[in-house]
Design a protein around this ligand. Structure first.
Ligand SMILES: Cc1ncc(COP(=O)(O)O)c(C=O)c1O
Length: 446
């Protein structure tokens, strides 16, 4: 008989327990944390005081479980994913903490790694291309067309045996020419990762953006169409890619039905990162998604009113639309006949109070234009191994140069971008259109 089994003192053998029943513990998150959140909203002082009393007056208040997995209550991140599946129309959706991380997880899911190439447009926020490099791949940068999105004709010429993905970006709220892009991609059997960061809720020929390519990547950062402060989503109909994206997005494997089990199929488990969305962002994303139709309708209405109020001017055109109906309406882009007129009109419109900006000025650095991506053009690396560039013989690397996409630079240097808020009134829309007309009349001598 062992000493342990002989000892009558041990609870194991019927003795008294050393630790009494522990009282239920207050959750880590309680009233103070909720108050901090409420305090961020602009309530009146009187209302704030009442809310403060209500929230901090209960010392036993139970706060939420802020981790999306193992949540004893309904996870808001899961609800947001369900809303996204409903809106976008894909079978699967994975929330991430940004679109940048959604892009990395998607590139990794389709197998981008050392020696892979990914085709990206010359005009996009840098993240579309930077995440290729962060995935150890090499971005192949191609021209855009009048839609401000990737030119389908430029893709075909850029495909090589190393091409692992094509990443069209739906820039400034509206779609790239997806029929033509999908046609090239399907003919070559290359997956398409749609970057929908700037066009959440937009569609193309009746299909929501993010459901046309192999995978869609969304941004919910504060400056996007539908927002949660920070956050992103991946949408796809491909269950295996969804599984691999989950694997990259949470190397702790909390997403797995049986977390510590060996991989169920080769390629399911690898060393990923942590891109999980928190329940706080999930809650905001869920609430915003329920308002998505209202937000989109507001942008589209204001956009139409301004567009209809702008007169015709020779040499001035609206940005081409792959599908006008599906445009989110977050902005209006006008092309002017030349750079000089564009600069003059920009200055004069801003003086009129029109919410307008230029897109490209050689002297102004901007991460949206390939010309300023010296991290890529100059083959910068984070470590001595020289990756991703060292994975390919030097003479086979894409020939980068600041002037390699002249069409993109020409289009952008003649473009003016008018921001369209979803809350603009009819009068404000009319005033913006008149501000634009007044300036174009003067600049174009009409
Ligand atoms: C086209 C595009 N892709 C990706 C991103 C990255 O999104 P996030 O800020 O959510 O990482 C952005 C953000 O501006 C973007 O505009």
């Amino acid at each position: 008989m062992s000493v342990v089994s002989k000892s009558k003192e041990l609870a194991l053998n019927g003795g008294p327990k050393a630790v009494p029943e522990l009282k239920p513990h207050r959750t880590k998150i309680a009233g103070e944390e909720l108050w901090e959140l409420v305090d961020m909203w602009e309530f009146s002082d009187d209302r704030k005081e009442r809310l403060r009393e209500l929230i901090l007056g209960d010392p036993d208040i139970e706060g939420p479980h802020l981790f999306r997995y193992y949540n004893p209550k309904q996870s808001r991140v899961e609800l947001a994913e369900a809303e996204m599946r409903k809106m976008v129309g894909t079978q699967h959706c994975l929330a991430t903490n940004s679109c940048t991380s959604a892009l990395v997880a998607s590139y990794r899911a389709v197998g981008v790694g050392a020696g892979s190439e990914v085709i990206v447009p010359a005009y996009t926020f840098f993240a579309t291309a930077a995440t290729v490099v962060a995935s150890n791949g090499i971005p192949v940068i191609v021209d855009i067309d009048e839609t401000l999105c990737m030119d389908p004709e430029a893709i075909e010429k850029a495909i090589t045996p190393r091409t692992k993905a094509i990443a069209p970006v739906h820039m400034r709220g509206s779609a790239a020419r997806m029929d033509e892009i999908m046609d090239v991609a399907n003919r070559h059997g290359i997956p398409v990762i749609e970057d929908v960061a700037q066009a959440g809720g937009g569609s193309y020929k009746g299909r929501r953006l993010g459901s046309i390519g192999t995978m869609g990547c969304f941004s919910f950062d504060y400056y996007k169409v539908i927002v949660s402060g920070e956050g992103g989503f991946i949408t796809t109909d491909d269950e295996w890619l969804y599984t691999r994206a989950q694997s990259w997005h949470d190397c702790a494997a909390c997403w797995r039905p049986n977390r510590f089990e060996r991989e169920r199929k080769e390629g399911e488990l690898f060393c990923g990162e942590n891109y999980r969305m928190s329940e706080l962002e999930g809650a905001v994303a869920y609430a915003q998604l329920k308002r998505a139709d209202e937000i989109l309708a507001g942008h589209r209405r204001a956009n139409r009113l301004i567009r209809e109020g702008i007169e015709e001017f020779p040499g001035v055109s609206f940005r081409a639309q792959a599908d006008q109906e599906g445009d989110t309406g977050i902005c209006l882009v006008l092309y002017l006949p030349n750079t000089e007129a564009t600069q003059q009109a920009l200055e004069a419109m801003q003086a009129e109070g029109v919410p307008v900006g230029g897109i490209y000025d050689k002297k102004v650095r901007d991460w949206h234009i390939y010309r300023f991506w010296e991290h890529i053009l100059e083959h910068k690396t984070v470590s001595d191994d020289g990756l991703p560039w060292s994975a390919v013989p030097e003479n086979e690397l894409p020939p980068y140069a600041t002037d390699m996409c002249p069409r993109t630079l020409d289009l952008l240097s003649r473009a003016l971008l008018v921001d369209v808020e979803c809350t603009l009134t009819d009068d404000e829309c009319a005033a913006i259109a008149e501000g634009i007309n007044k300036v174009l009349r003067a600049v174009l001598n009409r």
